[in-house]
Design a protein around this ligand. Structure first.
Ligand code: OXD
Ligand code: MN
Length: 645
């Protein structure tokens, strides 16, 4: 369990402001009349105390209340250029931001949940006792904004008024962070009080880059104070470490789903996208994948792209599963984004019209941003996050593999802005789970029950990517959400089982596994590398769309339902005008029983190490394993899909 408002509230203990009277006095002293007037429009006392304590702790020279107006946005953009946090690129509206070379991804070893004694924290998470984090904040955050302007913005993580939207305050001395916040989140200055009253809670985030020097990065910290729903971030700028409205608050939202709205809400690391089916019907998907595994590309394959990273879900009165996207923008990995795989995104990145912050790419001598896999010939030279780069520097990548682009989703041609703004949420009919799995699971398989679907999510394994500094190897990534779940894995599993199993959810979604990472090497192919192409995703999602509506039949296997060759062949032709040989289908969809069983054994062993894990998960594993072993006895270790019809 997690108890909220327990233990020392570090922000107020370090800030020292205890009453609303003291807070108001501080505002009078520190804010100029314009910003004092703005803050006067916020009346929630708890929120005002948070802001006052952040000011008292960080001691900025000036406080700027960001209302989200066009004028405020323009001021932040201009200041960012003046400060040098961003630089102009050749194309109007495009800028480049560099993070320090040591700060190119989420710093997992410097990211901690602050915990109270006797609180359960996930076995996959890093934690620090409250008094230690308190001492750090006291030592390093007092006066950290001296000589700087503190920006304070009020946002909504989701459309204002939606059941699962949660308001949040973002406080930062970085104009890059605030510029990104405006591209990625809904500024809800005017609605903030009402939203806090409706939801009964809000999150607070306090960040400062300090002097922004490499030598300070070892002392950088990213803290999540779960009890007080407050984050602290220091001595870094990479948005995954600093714009904590994103992953910091996603972690708090996961706590809310698990402990405040158990079985009624989920907070997922998922894209949301719509597919258009026969007769123009729209079917919305939400899909989980670990960071750096193609969530953005998959999301943009939809005809009605909504979001690429996060989903706040709930069960609506009518029995449907609804979701909102807490974001309105994209902080997407840019490596391998090119015209062929990502035409909509490329238009924003290569043509004028969109406001884009590029980070950690290379800027060539003409002010053009360049990245690995962008589809253009290598430039002669340029500047990247490490300094000067020339073509001769073989082995030194053009851009960092975790370099990013930040832009509003509405700039992307197939984004459905109205759907992303709807406080009623989006009815989700299909949920997918994927990871980087080179040798075991087929491209698509559909769970035969809700519990089996939960087991797909519980069993994601994936190869580490550049989004996390220092990560390596193939790791368990349950629901692709473990980096962001603080509570115990057992509690998280229960929250999943009780959500999908909730009898109020009368219109259950289809739950499916997706895997685009099978290789020739693992499947006896005669090529090299991936068996499929990025664009095949159109077909995998297209088949799921048809299956959800009962328009195609599937083949039953012990792990779930898989597509028939003829349906896929037709879809390959219709959707991407590509031939799909049956030999490829056979390689992709054959059951490599020993691999699948080994995977189940690994998962089972890992889950058995946790305490109190629901027997429902083990029942799914046992049933699948028994089915697979019986099949092996009957047909051998590699079973072709044609043998199962
Ligand atoms: C992200 C991540 O930036 O998951 O979305 O790292
Ligand atoms: Mn993510």
């Amino acid at each position: 369990m997690l108890e909220f408002k327990k233990g020392v509230d570090i922000l107020s203990a370090v800030g020292g402001i205890m009453t609303i009277g003291e807070a108001r006095n501080l505002f009078e002293q520190q804010l100029d009349s314009e910003h004092l007037g703005r803050l006067a429009l916020i009346t929630n006392e708890e929120a005002l105390l948070k802001v006052a304590n952040a000011i008292a702790m960080c001691a900025p020279d000036r406080v700027y209340v960001h209302t989200g107006s066009e004028e405020d946005c323009a001021i932040v953009r201009r200041m960012s250029l003046e400060k040098g946090e961003e630089k102009k690129l050749a194309m109007t509206g495009h800028t480049i931001h560099f993070d320090l070379p040591e700060d190119q991804g989420r710093m997992v070893d410097q990211t901690f949940y602050i915990y109270n004694e006797d609180e359960q924290v996930s076995s996959l998470a890093k934690k620090e006792p409250r008094d230690q984090s308190h001492a750090y904040v006291r030592e390093h955050m007092r006066g950290i904004m001296q000589g700087k302007t503190m920006f304070v913005g009020f946002y909504s993580r989701g459309p204002v008024g939606a059941k699962a939207s949660i308001p949040a305050i973002e406080i930062s001395s970085s104009t890059y962070v605030m510029h990104s916040a405006e591209l990625l989140y809904r500024n809800c200055f005017a609605d903030f009080d009402a939203e806090v009253a409706r939801r009964g809670e809000f999150f607070t985030n306090v960040h400062s880059e300090g002097p922004n020097r490499s030598e300070d990065v070892p002392k950088a910290r990213i803290y999540m104070d779960r009890s007080w729903q407050t984050t602290f971030s220091t001595f870094c700028t990479y948005a995954g470490n600093t714009l904590l409205m994103k992953k910091g608050n996603h972690r708090f939202a996961s706590d809310c789903a698990m402990y405040k709205h158990h079985g009624e809400e989920l907070s997922e690391h998922m894209f949301i996208t719509g597919m258009t089916g026969p007769d123009g019907r729209k079917t919305y998907f939400a899909g989980a994948a670990p960071s750096g595994c193609g969530k953005t590309t998959t999301a943009m394959v939809g005809s009605d792209f909504v979001g690429d990273d996060l989903a706040q879900m709930w069960i609506e009165q009518d029995g449907t599963l609804r979701a909102v996207n807490p974001e309105i923008g994209i902080f997407g990995i840019i490596e391998d984004v090119n015209l062929e795989g990502d035409p909509y995104l490329m238009k924003c990145l290569r043509q004028p019209g969109a406001e884009v912050i590029f980070s950690n790419v290379l800027v060539d001598e003409h002010g053009k941003p360049r990245w690995t896999g962008d589809g253009d010939p290598l430039p002669e030279k340029g500047v990247n996050y490490q300094g000067q780069w020339t073509k001769e520097m073989t082995g030194v990548p053009l851009s960092h593999p975790n370099s990013r682009c930040t832009l509003k989703a509405e700039a992307v041609g197939n984004h459905n802005k109205a759907v992303n703004a709807d406080p009623n949420g989006i009815v989700i009919k299909v949920i997918t789970y994927s990871g980087r799995d080179s040798n075991t699971m087929p491209p698509i398989w559909v769970a035969k029950s809700m519990d089996a679907g939960v087991a797909i999510g519980a069993s994601i394994v994936s190869k580490a990517t550049a989004a996390e500094i220092g990560a390596s190897g193939v790791n368990r990534q349950p629901w692709a959400n473990t980096p962001f779940v603080a509570g115990s894995m057992t509690d998280y599993l229960d929250a999943q089982l009780n959500f999908y199993g909730n009898e109020k959810m009368t219109r259950k979604p289809v739950l499916a596994g997706l895997n685009y990472f099978l290789t020739h090497e693992a499947r006896g192919g005669n090529g090299k590398g991936l068996l499929g192409e990025k664009k095949d995703v159109h077909v995998w999602l297209g088949w799921l769309e048809l299956y959800t509506h009962g328009d195609v039949q599937a083949i039953e296997t012990p792990i779930g339902m898989i597509p028939k060759y003829e349906d896929l062949e037709k879809l390959f032709n219709e959707k991407i005008n590509k031939e799909y040989p049956e030999s490829l289908y056979t390689m992709q969809f054959s059951l490599y029983i020993d691999n699948v069983v080994a995977r189940i054994d690994l998962q089972e062993a890992a889950w058995r190490k946790e305490q109190g894990v629901s027997g429902r998960l083990f029942a799914v594993y046992e049933e699948q394993k028994a089915g697979l072993l019986a099949l092996k006895a009957a047909k051998g270790a590699i079973v072709k899909p044609q043998e199962l019809r």
